[in-house]
Design a protein around this ligand. Structure first.
Ligand code: SF4
Length: 400
């Protein structure tokens, strides 16, 4: 990992305005908050694009980067750039071209002394792009597209409120391949009310048949302020713990059997195809987030841009920074984040992030004895076993 470690940078005054050397940041996230249709389970900052100035929005993102660099607090040397959302693939060709070229110009001016980011990821949904747009992404240097398939059967897609059919998802995948994207990831969801184990199994087999480079498998969670949570609380969307575990194990078995490495609880990659951006985040690297609702963590400070796209765009066009809510991370907060995130990865949790007290040591010994984690005597890392992966959150809480 290039750049300083967060724990070495505590107190540099990133959010406090004290004079300090800029913190070198190697990872950039850009939030594109527009979606054609709002999925009833989604809690991200997003909305439909109607009435929004998308060209102005793109200029505002570039203006936010200019303002952040001009403040002299962050030195951006991006190794990875990730366009998330929302639906980044919904941006028109001229908008994504302006955005990517604008970022690249700024990386060059911004003391980037290397060839540039090694990984450019973009989240895409079926029905939001054609072959021409996919080819443009590739020409612009996008190396990785994460396609939101979610399910391969029409009934599950209908329950999820998705606006594409299985055939449209397959067509979108083919276009990404034809356009020559080096890494294509497929996103799937499980534990969806009404989705049987058999349906999930068929979906996994269909996924494997397409030979993607990477597969993300997320279990449906009922998030605050979503239509799904309200229905779940009324008993209209029941979920079974047993089915949840069954789906998770099927994913491990089928994807593992097809040569995918289960390198994080929700992520499976062919050798050499892990997502570098997400790995950096799980390891606790600093990252800069641009866009409404985007979060940044730099030098022990964290801030979130106000999740208000209209205000973000107006401020950006006026040359003003977005409204931000800053937070100073304590060392204990950062330690707990390391435990929660690193434990989910196949690389494991560094022992040094564990509380050194006897209580934690006893819990660790107990978990090892129960076959839920292993402690590698060589690299001093705690790793979840297969059984442990099924209850990763509970183990993280016990070790926190
Ligand atoms: S497309 Fe993605 S970001 Fe948009 S509403 Fe659906 S889940 Fe949320």
């Amino acid at each position: 990992m290039k750049g300083k470690r967060a724990d070495q940078d505590a107190g540099t005054g990133v959010a406090g305005g004290q004079s300090a050397d800029p913190v070198v940041v190697g990872h950039l996230y850009v939030h594109i908050p527009f979606c054609h249709r709002i999925c009833p389970y989604c809690s991200f900052h997003k909305h439909q694009p109607g009435g929004h100035d998308l060209n102005g929005f793109v200029e505002a993102v570039l203006a936010e980067l200019d303002a952040t660099m001009a403040a002299g607090l962050v030195s951006l040397r991006p190794e990875t750039v990730y366009f998330g959302g929302g639906t980044p693939s919904l941006l028109a060709s001229r908008q994504i071209e302006r955005l990517i070229r604008g970022l690249k110009e700024r990386f060059e001016v911004g003391a980037c002394d290397r060839a540039g980011p090694a990984e450019w990821s973009l989240e895409a949904n079926p029905r939001t792009f054609d072959l021409g747009k996919a080819r443009l992404w590739r020409e612009l240097g996008v190396t990785r597209v994460s396609l939101g398939v979610q399910a391969w059967d029409p009934d599950t897609l209908r329950i999820l409120g998705r606006d594409h059919s299985p055939a449209e998802a397959a067509e979108a995948y083919d276009m990404l391949r034809l356009a020559g994207l080096p890494v294509v990831s497929l996103d799937l969801m499980f534990s969806i009310p009404g989705q049987s184990l058999d349906t999930w199994q068929r979906g996994l087999r269909r996924t494997i048949e397409l030979k993607p480079d990477h597969v993300s498998t997320y279990n449906l969670t009922f998030e605050e302020d979503t239509e799904f949570l309200a229905k779940h609380q009324q008993g209209r969307l029941p979920q079974s713990e047993e089915d949840n575990a069954g789906c998770f194990e099927l994913a491990m078995d089928l994807l593992g059997g097809a040569g995918f490495e289960h390198y994080e609880i929700s992520n499976h990659a062919r050798p050499g195809m892990r997502c570098r951006h997400n790995q950096a985040y799980w390891r606790g690297a600093d990252y800069l987030g641009l866009g409404p609702g985007a979060v940044s963590t730099v030098g022990g400070h964290r801030w979130r841009n106000a999740p208000d796209t209209r205000d973000y765009t107006l401020r950006g066009l006026a040359g003003e920074a977005p409204q931000r809510s800053p937070e100073r991370l304590t060392s204990e907060q950062r330690r707990l984040e390391r435990v929660a995130l690193e434990l989910r990865t196949a690389d494991g949790l560094e022992e040094l992030h564990l509380d050194p007290g006897d209580g934690t040591r006893r819990v660790l010994d107990l978990l090892v004895g129960e076959g839920l984690v292993t402690m590698d005597a060589g690299d001093r890392r705690v790793r979840l076993t297969r059984a442990g992966r099924l209850i990763a959150d509970e183990i993280a809480a016990a070790l926190a």
